[in-house]
Design a protein around this ligand. Structure first.
Ligand code: CMC
Length: 434
């Protein structure tokens, strides 16, 4: 970041002296006012619940222009990466800053492939869960438990530990998500098959069985790879900020990523894909397309507590570029599987059409986000609804680690410690105490 030409001046109506604060510019996006000395100079904090106007860090990784509906990973538009890239090359890009050349790409694919198995003991840990446990509950536990199995990569201050834990997390997440699925349905775990691609391997671990050969469908393989690319990073969202905050205490990378998994689970964040499909299912049960108008009335009624899941975003005030790509992927997958007339897809398109013409959504700049179509694609592939957020977590793991490693490598980094505006009782005495 560099100092901007102008400075910010904060003045007070009570006559206290005004103060000047430096302004910094990044490469693109809004400038920031540096308030780090504000408390020392005025004894006051800033107040910004939900971080509506607060940049919590500087970062080189991902940039969103919410008004344009643009998403860049290390400068590359998401559309180009989704159409011409590969997920593991995208992981390399996020971790290292540039796309790999041919040799770097081969080496990186090989390296990740070498780490796809998990310690055999992990299945006994997994077997402690109820079979009907939500996969995100299981994933939170399993990812946290990795720190109990890989002691040689838990020192966050050691760059080699950070590198190997990054590879382990990227490589093992598909294995763990598939294991949590197989456990829930009572099928044997499928060991990874490293001659397959990252997404092909995941498909086989999910849908293969030991007694039969599994042939990967290339259309589904490509679609899944694309879903992974679309979810790989998204700058300082809630789960990424959670990983950064958790990691800022110096805890190990597995524990920090487990915190990210837990945060992602919520329906306002990664859990929205599951919630969106449930919502479409509810509308279907109400009577389908003919009932969309009635459902929209509920959404617009603030007292109903009903939200249009898969719509709206803190940063995008335009169409989420990932939603467009997800809709294309949805078309490809449904055509491949002969499901062009899928009633859920038709319903989703109708909901989108009505919302985009309705003043409630237009005036608030509410557009479909990545979660609106991702559930329909995943369901068509055969992924069960309660595993959608697990697939999101798998894909986002690289973003969490890239952001965590960027923070730890930053000489200016400090433990994250927000302040508060206290509104509770001032000091008082317990009866009988003085
Ligand atoms: N349905 C109905 N109204 C909405 C919706 C929605 N999905 N989203 C926002 N609004 C309304 C909101 O009620 C508010 O109205 P008013 O100004 O009259 O009070 C206005 O739009 C602004 O919304 P906000 O709640 O202040 O916006 P936010 O930035 O705090 O919340 C959000 C962003 C994503 C949490 C929210 O849009 C939402 O809950 N959407 C549904 C859940 C969802 O799809 N989440 C996935 C986000 S993208 C992937 C990810 O991050 O994991």
């Amino acid at each position: 970041m560099k100092l901007a030409d102008n400075k910010a001046t904060l003045s007070f109506s009570n006559g206290s002296p005004s103060i000047e604060m430096p302004v910094y510019s990044g490469s693109i996006g809004p400038d920031v006012i540096d308030i780090r000395k504000l408390y020392g100079q005025t004894g006051m904090f800033t107040y910004d619940p939900g971080f509506l106007s607060t940049a919590s860090c500087q970062s080189d990784i991902t940039f969103i222009d919410g008004d344009k509906g643009e998403l860049l990973y290390r400068g590359y538009p998401i559309e180009q990466l989704a159409n011409h890239g590969d997920y593991l090359d995208t992981c390399y890009l996020l971790l290292h800053g540039d796309l790999p050349d041919a040799k770097q790409s081969t080496d990186f694919h090989k390296l990740v492939n070498n780490h796809t198995m998990v310690n055999e003991q992990m299945q006994f840990f997994l077997r402690g869960f109820r079979r009907d446990a939500h996969p995100m509950a299981v994933m939170t536990g399993l990812v946290g438990a990795l720190s109990a199995f890989y002691h040689d990569s838990t020192d966050i201050t050691n760059p080699e530990h950070r590198e190997i834990s990054a590879i382990r997390l990227i490589a093992k997440l598909p294995t763990l998500v598939a294991m949590s699925y197989k456990y829930g349905i009572g099928q044997p775990f499928m060991y990874p098959q490293n001659s397959l691609s990252y997404s092909g391997n995941f498909l086989r671990m999910m849908f293969g069985v030991p007694c039969e050969d599994y042939v990967v469908n290339p259309v589904l393989e490509r679609a899944l790879d694309r879903i992974f690319i679309l979810h790989a990073d998204h700058e300082q969202n809630a789960s990424t900020s959670t990983v950064r905050l958790c990691g800022s205490s110096g805890t190990n990378p597995f524990a920090a990523v487990a915190a990210g998994v837990a945060c992602l689970w919520g329906p306002a964040h990664g859990g929205a894909n599951e919630a969106c499909l449930k919502m479409l299912d509810d509308i279907q049960k109400m009577g389908g397309i003919s009932k969309v108008g009635e459902f929209m009335e509920q959404v617009k009624d603030k007292n109903s507590g009903v939200k249009l899941m898969g719509f709206g975003h803190r940063v995008y005030k335009n169409y989420d570029p990932r939603a467009k790509l997800m809709q294309e992927t949805c078309n490809e997958v449904l055509a491949e599987l002969g499901l062009e007339n899928d009633p859920m897809f038709k319903l989703a398109k109708q909901v989108e059409k009505i919302a985009l013409e309705d003043d409630y959504f237009v005036s608030r700049k509410l557009y479909p986000n990545v979660d609106f179509y991702s559930g329909i694609v995943q369901r068509a592939i055969g992924i069960p609804v309660n595993l959608f957020t697990g697939v999101f977590a798998l894909a986002r793991t690289v973003g969490w680690i890239a952001q965590l490693n960027e923070m730890i490598g930053d000489p200016e980094y400090k433990i994250g410690r927000p302040r508060q505006l206290f509104t509770g009782s001032p000091r008082r005495n317990v009866p009988g105490a003085k």
